[in-house]
Design a binder for this molecule. Structure first.
Ligand code: OGA
Ligand code: MN
Length: 307
């Protein structure tokens, strides 16, 4: 197994992986260290069954089971399927609605981190390309440590100590216009949540900007100012200098860290081609606010914040 960092150190390729990703304890340790350092690991030419995918992922942490269950692989509830293929004939795309028979289509077409709209967002995700179109369908990844570092000092001061409201309820139809609206029960299961804008990574201890497309407003700011700040931060993070574009080959498996990166699916001709991806998802932890040089402000905000 060889780990080759990308030019600017954001992301690394993992080559010569053993079949089924059956790696030794030493290799696993090396993978974990490289993952914390580079945030994104691109395993190349992987050949693994769903069982091996789950087994390897479990060695990285406890696994999350996605809901609704209908998009998970039959017999493997830990494997979430992103696909536009027909279940009857997986070599053919199904046309039309949001819910391809074999999985959920048009997942993540907008910059986000997995589970950002939940109280405990997902720590990492591991996406394995089973079948990809001959063109397009790339995934973009953003280095949110670098984004935070590059923010103007004045903005760093404004965001220090602040939290953002994330709402699946407010934005479900905006981001998934083809899906059915949330039922009352689903709404009860997905209440709004608040997360810090500056997030300290639990292992690297580095600070990143934590934001994504389910962000609605910034706690404690007037409405217009809050909306402007969210838009500014979302747009700032889209600058090409922070982005690695993954062009998929089937057999690639990309492990990303949702605590310090964002990602975004891009389109392809889904009436003509099939794109089928299998994802395992790691449980995470409650996001921790970074302590900044604006420490006094953080303390004040915590004391006087009204939720
Ligand atoms: C995901 C996701 C992007 C893609 O699975 O979490 O956002 O390109 N997928 O399929
Ligand atoms: Mn995603």
């Amino acid at each position: 197994m060889k780990i080759i960092p990308k030019i600017d150190g954001f992301g690394a390729d993992v080559l010569d992986c053993p079949s089924g990703l059956v790696v030794s304890e030493d290799d696993l340790e090396q993978i974990m260290r490289a993952w914390m350092k580079h945030s994104i690991l691109c395993f190349r030419a992987v050949n693994m069954s769903p069982e091996e995918h789950v087994r390897f992922s479990r060695r990285l942490g406890s696994l999350h089971i996605m809901r609704p269950f209908k998009f998970n692989l039959d017999g493997y509830p830990e494997v979430f399927v992103v696909s536009n293929a027909s279940k009857v004939d997986p070599s053919k795309p199904v046309a039309g609605d949001a819910e391809g028979d074999a999985g959920l289509r048009r997942v993540g077409e907008g910059f986000h981190t997995d589970g950002e709209d939940k109280a405990i967002p997902n720590g990492g995700s591991f996406l394995y390309a089973r079948q990809v179109p001959p063109e397009r369908g790339d995934t973009l990844f953003v280095d949110m440590y670098s984004v935070y570092e590059a923010l103007p000092q004045s903005v760093k001061e404004i965001i220090a100590g602040r939290r953002v409201r994330y709402s699946r309820i407010d934005l479900h139809l905006t981001h998934y216009p083809l899906m059915a609206p949330l039922t009352e029960e689903e709404k009860r299961e997905r209440p709004d949540v608040y997360h810090p804008l500056t997030r300290q990574h639990p292992l690297s201890r580095r600070t990143s900007l934590y934001i994504g497309r389910w962000a609605c407003d910034v706690e404690g700011l007037p409405f217009n100012e809050s909306k402007e700040l969210i838009t500014f931060l979302q747009d700032f993070a889209k600058h090409p200098q922070f982005i690695y574009t993954h062009k998929w080959s089937s057999g690639d498996a990309v492990l990303w860290d949702n605590r310090c990166t964002q990602h975004c699916a891009t389109g392809f001709d889904d009436t003509k081609y099939v794109r089928t991806m299998h994802r395992t998802t790691l449980e995470g932890e409650l996001p921790v606010m970074a302590q900044s040089s604006a420490g006094v402000q953080v303390a004040l905000l915590n004391e006087y914040s009204v939720s």
